[in-house]
Design a protein around this ligand. Structure first.
Ligand code: AP5
Length: 221
């Protein structure tokens, strides 16, 4: 029997825990993770035309222009692996115009997860974050400490300073209501202040319900 393929959007402020939860979601549900931030960082690293345009905006913590982002997302969503396995769109849409651009293509999620974390917790999460360039794993010096043998190779994102975090949070806060307005029919609020395991439990409950409502037989598998 074919599995119901889910279409999921995940949203939340910078360092709300989107990337952390996406790793757990794709492991359990087999969705294709499309992280616009990760795609843009790859473009910057590889020195592509899109990367050159995006770099300055990312360094400042503001949104990269739609002309760079929208086609990138639309073409990724059109690929075969996404159609076969379902998608987990992380960090898109971030503005009304971005939501509008995919509405026009008939692209809508089954579920829109909004991870809620108060602003005052976000700076601490950002400055303590460390990334493993080898595996892509996300750590936090206090909340998810890395194993001692890999500490030396961990890196920090260039936009992970307190000052840039505040700009990124302000950018998020200025846009989130307009984005959420497109998805009120399928929005699920997730309390992102809980432990990572508890946050995932809440997300899995919501996703299981979405799978069951798409394909009622799935709940018996
Ligand atoms: P992007 O890469 O998407 O960054 P972001 O939205 O700022 O989100 P982060 O990756 O910082 O955080 P996260 O929510 O994934 O948190 P994480 O799980 O790592 O975008 C970067 C930039 O690209 C943007 O500023 C913009 O310039 C550009 N861009 C991206 N999309 C765009 C778009 N659509 N249009 C235009 N421009 C775009 O967790 C953070 C830390 O907290 C980690 O250390 C983690 O270990 C820890 N943590 C996680 N969960 C918990 C928990 N429950 N308890 C304690 N600690 C936790």
């Amino acid at each position: 029997k074919a599995r119901a393929t889910l279409k999921v959007m995940i949203s939340g402020a910078p360092a709300a825990g989107k990337g952390t939860q996406c790793a757990k979601i794709i492991e359990k549900y087999g969705l294709v993770h499309i992280s616009v931030g990760d795609i843009l960082r790859d473009e910057v690293k590889n020195g592509t035309a899109a990367g050159k345009k995006a770099k300055d905006f990312m360094d400042r913590g503001v949104l990269v222009p739609d002309e760079v982002v929208v086609e990138m997302v639309k073409s990724r969503l059109a690929q075969d692996d996404v159609k076969q396995n379902g998608w987990l769109l992380d960090g898109y849409p971030r503005s009304a115009s971005q939501a509008e651009a995919i509405e026009k293509e008939g692209i809508r999620p089954d579920i829109f997860l909004l991870i809620q974390v108060p602003d005052e917790l976000l700076v601490e999460r950002v400055v303590g974050r460390r990334l493993d360039p080898v595996t892509g794993a996300i750590y936090h010096l206090k909340y998810n400490p890395p194993p001692a043998d890999i500490v030396g190779r961990l890196v920090q994102r260039s936009d992970d300073t307190e000052e840039k975090c505040r700009v990124r949070v302000a950018t998020h806060n200025a846009n989130v209501d307009a984005v959420v307005g497109y998805y009120t029919d399928c929005k699920v609020d997730i309390d992102g202040t809980q432990s990572m395991a508890e946050v995932f439990e809440a997300i899995a409950t919501a996703l299981d319900a979405a799978v069951a409502s798409k394909d009622p037989l799935e709940q018996f598998c």
